[in-house]
Design a protein around this ligand. Structure first.
Ligand code: NAD
Length: 351
């Protein structure tokens, strides 16, 4: 088993190991004296893993309740969040009790935000079951729900007590979802580790899941330690996201998030090469790795459409956008770009 310690406003362990689901009880008991633990899981994940986690928590002496969420981003809403809070209140949970988020990023974000707000804050544990949630969303304490006006528009920074990643759960994850997680994994390689980037070409992620998760979590930990509240360095994690969100939006969300991130990384890297910020071989290396992972590298939308979508994105602040720009495989920088220059960057990205 591997362990990574995150030091933020609260310190906690991220444990990564096969079979951790069945050891959840003892691990959670080591960080919580709660009487009651509520397992919050999506309606696809609960039938797969819910009972195992329940039994393990009961063995460790918790009274266990479960709450099932409808799956999908369209349910990451204030309504679903409010219904969970009402359930906790109806069950007379106290702030010394515990929530256990079992599932992907949607479940983790929503449960974390409920934990942040229930009685002004109760403890929660993340048990991620998607690659994306293991390498990214379960670590770092960003919790949120979507509003009609945009994704993640209501939320809080609220760190978990513990994160338990059991890579065995990836065996049931649909291939498409795994590929989306791979886009974030490639992103970490681009951000800070050329050797890791190369290892992804040699060995598929499924065959080295534990090592991949540990590497990504360690990199995220290092970034969060410097910038928990996302005012500087943490912006690096948005590599590929500004243009990626725009591609998702143009597609009416038929392009999945990870596919959008892949397209966005390819676009920004082409633009960086056109500007002489990175060598042309960086584009080739990125695009060929994304292709190996089964991810797209070409944007199917035109310049005008994309520019409009980029500029309506929430990451724009005033007249400037912060773009994460590759300088090489393994090294990126944040660049403040005047919004009127965005169409030029997109054109240089190949549109
Ligand atoms: N908090 C953060 O820092 C952060 C970072 C990145 C993304 N996010 C958020 O994460 C969310 C996306 O997360 P996601 O990609 O995990 O999507 P998701 O939570 O929607 O899960 C994807 C699908 O896989 C199913 N599933 C989950 N685990 C499974 C398993 N082991 N076997 C079979 N099916 C399984 C789910 O039911 C769902 O249908 C977005 O809402 C995004 O905003 C948050």
């Amino acid at each position: 088993m591997k362990s990574v310690t995150v030091t933020a406003s609260r310190s906690y362990e991220v444990l990564i190991g096969r079979g951790l689901l069945d050891a959840a009880g003892e691990r959670v008991r080591a960080v919580s004296k709660a009487e009651t633990a509520v397992i919050v899981a999506g309606d696809r994940v609960w039938p797969l893993y819910g009972e195992r986690v329940r039994r393990s928590l009961e063995r460790a002496g918790f009274r266990v309740l479960n709450y099932t969420l409808p799956h999908g981003e369209q349910h990451k809403t204030l309504e679903t969040w409010g219904a969970l809070l009402n359930f906790l209140c109806d069950q007379h949970l106290t702030r010394s009790d515990l929530l256990v988020a079992l599932g992907g990023g949607v479940t983790g974000d929503l449960t974390g935000f409920a934990a942040a707000c229930y009685q002004r804050g109760c403890g929660y544990v993340q048990v991620p079951t998607t690659l994306l949630a293991m390498v990214d969303s379960s670590v770092g304490g960003k919790t949120a729900v979507d509003l009609p006006g945009g994704k993640n528009q209501a939320g809080a920074f609220y760190q978990p007590l513990l994160v338990l990643c059991d890579p065995d759960t990836l065996s049931t994850l649909p291939e498409e979802e795994l590929r989306c997680g791979c886009a974030e994994v490639v992103k970490y390689g681009m951000l800070g580790d050329e050797g890791f980037f190369e290892s992804l070409r040699r060995t598929p992620v499924r065959e080295q899941a534990e090592a991949v998760i540990e590497r990504c979590v360690t990199m995220k930990r290092d970034i969060v330690r410097e910038d928990e509240f996302d005012t500087g360095l943490r912006r690096l994690l948005n590599l590929g996201h500004s243009f990626g969100h725009a591609a998702e939006k143009c597609s009416g969300y038929t392009i999945l998030h990870g596919q959008g991130v892949a397209i966005g990384m390819a676009l920004i890297t082409r633009a960086a090469a056109a500007r002489g910020i990175c060598p042309p071989e960086t584009v080739e290396r990125l695009c060929s790795l994304l292709a190996v992972c089964g991810l797209p590298t070409e944007c199917p939308y035109g310049l005008e459409e994309m520019a409009e979508a980029v500029l309506s994105d929430k990451k724009r602040s005033g007249s400037t956008m912060h773009l994460v720009v590759p300088e090489a495989v393994g090294r990126c920088r944040v660049e403040a770009v005047p919004v009127e220059e965005i169409p030029l960057w997109l054109r240089q990205g190949g549109l």
